[in-house]
Design a protein around this ligand. Sequence first.
Ligand code: ZN
Length: 212
Amino acid sequence: MHCHICNKSTKSFVHEKTNIRYYYCKNCAYIFKSPELYQDFTLQKERYNLHTNDENDAGYKAYFQRFLDFTLPLVGPVKTALDFGCGASSILSTMLGENGIECAYYDPIYHPDTLDDSKKYELIVSTEVFEHLHQPKEVFLTLLKHLKKDGFLAIQTQFHPNNEEDFKKWYYHQDPTHIVFFTADTFRVLAKDHGCTFLADNGKNMLLIQKN
Ligand SMILES: [Zn+2]
């Protein structure tokens, strides 16, 4: 199986406890579950509905605040943004609004009709989305089309430990809707291959790319 990010060949390993097969690309550190495990949106929605995203919940706001604390100082004074894959909630776009950034939001499951194809943004944010994507490279390229020149793409997804034994013990892939996994290096390769500059990551779960 070839890597869906950089097209190099992958090696696979099986998790002894779950029998799930994973494919690992040494070149870009991308890991993906065997594609027959990918779920359609209906199944994913059932699982998402188990989460209660109360917009007034202080913990939930603090969680997004950490993402904004990483992102906003690096991007400077942008005025327009898109929250891609916001889920049921529009809380992050509201918080961006409180920072003077007019933020649209889109979610393929909960808000499928809110994406204006003709619009381009200075900033696109996408938190806890990429680990659900069957085709992350294609979505990345779609997002680039919605970015203005010199625009920013800020992504949050948990970086995997990049070691087979540690990966197997890692909690993040145990969610059945989490199907693909990255490190900052995966996004470095994506950025370089598609004419972008990788600007920063926090070593854990956040990164920032600029479109050239
Ligand atoms: Zn790769």
